[in-house]
Design a protein around this ligand. Structure first.
Ligand SMILES: C[S@@+](CC[C@H](N)C(=O)[O-])C[C@H]1O[C@@H](n2cnc3c(N)ncnc32)[C@H](O)[C@@H]1O
Length: 425
């Protein structure tokens, strides 16, 4: 029933309005109220869509409602239904009637309020949509500070970057060419009528979302889910046979498996989060690789380290994830402007902690999925200023990658990432 889906979606969005993570809230609410699969994709579309569009629905609600809405779940329901009215093919009045039923389950007395606000919206939709164009945060659906930051750092590309962040994310697959040729895999997809585009020698993109377990060849490790931009790491790091490689922040192990796929290496994967370490193990097992996977922490002591220096270190640090906002639509509302300094401090700390484990002449690849320079060039420059045994190697990006220097910009085909390749002198 639609009103039940609207109700569950509202409970999920309410959690995000309270500052909680969307993916986790989605899992928690569904576990609590509903275990049926059938409405899952509908609820997912509604919640992720409503959060993506929150800047717009905030504008509509503020224009239509004078006082603050005390019940956050009711406010969340309005976000959901406004999103549906603006995007779904269902009849507007049917959606409103269903929302009134959902509202009754949240607060019976307030269902007439929801009815009034939504009908008011329908009456004034055209003029409100015109007014919305005058309001930058509503128009692009990001907080103002985020828009200003992107404008300042990307005076030429800011609008594209913001718009791409509001798109549905592409589903990119990495084909293990040791197991199947990409052409043959593409034929398999074609036979199963799965629309896709080849975007590199090992990557193809499926535009329509598909459950991972339904991806042909996924369970037996012929293909993995990995963004085209992220697939650059295993190439840029410049691996040679038998090298000792450290993947310092490894979970869920996407880049680790790609490195193992391309080269015979001795890989140590370190991950500080216990649950996420299990994901590395699963990933490695699915693809039939061997590696030393440790639930440990990169820090000043590195007590887990056997003092054997590494030829290569991949340092894919925790970051603001602003380059993958279309995959994590809640980020733009949950991040605070001060977060960037904290991320940058930790990133510099991790660089300094990993560096002593690198062999002389060895290479360290620093990666973030952020688009902001504080976490990217800013961290690298600070690190380089602090020591004298480092030089930076220029990275040559493939022609199908949109980038400005080391910054890969989010595009139709790939996420936004930053890469810096450092060598120990
Ligand atoms: C950006 S993710 C890595 C993604 C991974 N490289 C991949 O391609 O699948 C960063 C990871 O680093 C882990 N992490 C954070 N601080 C760490 C530390 N001090 N030592 C080890 N792992 C850490 C986080 O838990 C997170 O799983």
């Amino acid at each position: 029933m639609m009103s039940q889906s609207q109700l569950l979606a509202a409970k999920i969005v309410e959690q995000v309005l309270l500052g909680k993570n969307l993916d986790k809230s989605f899992q928690l609410v569904l576990k609590k109220y509903n275990n049926e699969e059938e409405n899952l994709s509908q609820i997912k579309d509604m919640t992720y869509g409503a959060i993506r569009d929150l800047g717009k629905s905030n504008f509509y609600i503020n224009s239509l409602v004078k006082n603050k809405i005390e019940n956050l779940c009711l406010e969340a329901l309005l976000h959901i239904v406004l999103f549906q009215i603006n995007h779904s093919r269902s009849n507007d009045f049917t959606l409103v009637n269903q929302a009134v039923d959902a509202a009754k389950k949240i607060d019976h007395k307030k269902s007439s309020f929801i009815n009034a606000v939504l009908r008011n919206f329908l009456r004034n939709k055209d003029s409100l949509q015109k007014q919305l164009k005058e309001n930058q945060s509503a128009m692009f659906s990001y907080p103002n500070w985020w828009i200003e930051k992107v404008k300042k750092q990307y005076p030429k590309n800011w609008e594209d970057i913001l718009n791409i962040g509001n798109q549905h994310p592409p589903l990119a697959l990495r084909v293990n060419s040791k197991k199947i040729k990409i052409k043959d895999y593409s034929d398999t997809l074609r036979k199963q009528r799965i629309d896709h585009t080849l975007v590199s020698d090992e990557c193809l993109i499926i535009r329509k979302p598909l459950d991972v377990n339904k991806i042909p060849g996924f369970l037996d490790g012929k293909v993995s889910v990995q963004d085209l931009g992220a697939q650059l790491a295993a190439h840029i790091i410049d691996l040679k046979e038998n090298q000792k490689v450290l993947d310092a922040c490894s979970a869920p192990g996407g880049k680790a498996c790609h490195m193992l796929e391309l080269n015979e290496i001795q890989l140590t994967a370190i991950e500080s989060d216990n649950q996420r370490t299990l994901k590395i193990n699963n990933n490695i097992k699915r693809q039939g690789f061997k590696a030393k996977v440790l639930n440990e922490t990169i820090n000043n002591q590195n007590e887990w380290w056997d003092k054997q220096y590494f030829d290569r270190i991949l340092l894919d640090v925790p970051c603001s994830a602003t380059g993958i906002v279309r995959r994590h639509v809640d980020i733009k509302w949950l991040r605070r402007i001060n977060d960037f300094q904290n991320f940058a401090d930790n990133q510099l700390f991790l660089l300094k902690a990993a560096w002593p484990m690198l062999k002389d002449g060895g290479k360290l690849l620093y990666v973030t999925c952020s688009i902001f320079e504080e976490e990217n060039r800013g961290v690298i420059e600070k690190f380089k200023q602090g020591i004298d045994n480092v030089s930076e190697i220029d990275i040559v990006f493939p022609s199908n990658i949109t980038h400005i220097k080391n910054q890969v910009l989010p595009s139709d085909n790939h996420d936004g990432l930053f890469y810096a390749l450092l060598q120990k002198n």
